[in-house]
Design a protein around this ligand. Sequence first.
Ligand code: BYC
Length: 334
Amino acid sequence: MTARQASSSAEDGAPPGRRAHGDLQELFDETIARDQRIEPRDWMPDGYRKTLIRQVAQHAHSEIIGMQPEGEWITRAPSLRRKAILFAKVQDEAGHGLYLYSAAETLGADRADLTQRLIEGRQKYSSIFNYPTPTFADVGVIGWLVDGAAICNQVPLCRSSYGPYARAMVRICKEESFHQRQGYELLMTMTRGTGAQREMVQDAVNRWWWPSLMMFGPPDEDSPNSARSMAWKIKRHSNDELRQRFVDMTVPQAEKLGVNLPDPELRWNEERGRYDFGTPDWAELKRVISGDGPCNAERVARRRAAHEEGAWVREAAAAHAAKRAARQRKGAAA
Ligand code: BYC
């Protein structure tokens, strides 16, 4: 019997109460142990639901806030081709946010409430989107490093134990990998250009390298949620393991591109078969997460303004849906 069958039989009149709860917990544990998926109608412990809502909502917020740093370049992209590519990428990010808000809704979260929490600073979004994008090379570096880090983090989430989150990730990862390639292609073009363009790329890499490493979260010994999330198979790998994978994947790409990664401690470790690298400034991560990064106030203010300016669209859509439902009821009654 799966956790879903158990929860349905409980709903279908099996004796409710403590005995059923014990059975359900056992079935949940078995489902996780067997590497099977938990689905919205299955019974799940409150902590599992809460942790998922926290992570999925933060993830959704990151996609939506993440539209801003690159979105600023849509009107200033240097050619129609670059403009069309960037437009499509930023639209994809809106789509990712929407899949993820839908996944959070399957857990009982309310989308309007999640948005409210974001604009009131009561829910987090990824630290990376609180850094400025002063040059067009930032668009390429976000594609290469930020989407690259997102892929490292998100590919294992395709095997997350919660079905709707894992399925959303499959589609998101396909699009992220396209985003990463467009960033790399843009940088390849720029590094084959003038000396000033190469400098612009190097400057952007210098500014984004360390914040990209911070995207993976605090070090394992300082990550309060990891152990529980990994036991529940929401997260499949620790923050440090994913950060290491990202470094190992990115160093050869930097060499090919001809840019330097700004870390004097970065070197191949023959014994480990992996790269050694320096320690990110964890105090900076803490500051940015707690709202005190270079662009936090601006990002949230912009999101709040977009939400307020969009109120009439939400009202119109709700009025249209109510009219349609009334028409359908009338039709059914006739
Ligand atoms: N930034 O115990 P920990 C994209 C928080 S967008 C902010 O290790 P956990 C893209 C953490 O939430 C995709 N906060 O937590 C879009 C926790 O706070 P609370 C972004 C961070 O959850 C547009 C506390 O610190 N990706 O790709 O086990 C353009 C302690 O941390 C950060 C995701 O959202 C951070 N960097 O692990 C381009 C991935 N790090 O809630 C690209 C999904 C930590 O306890 N999320 N915190 O108050 C995850 O994989 C995990 O939630 C994390 C953190 C690895 C981020």
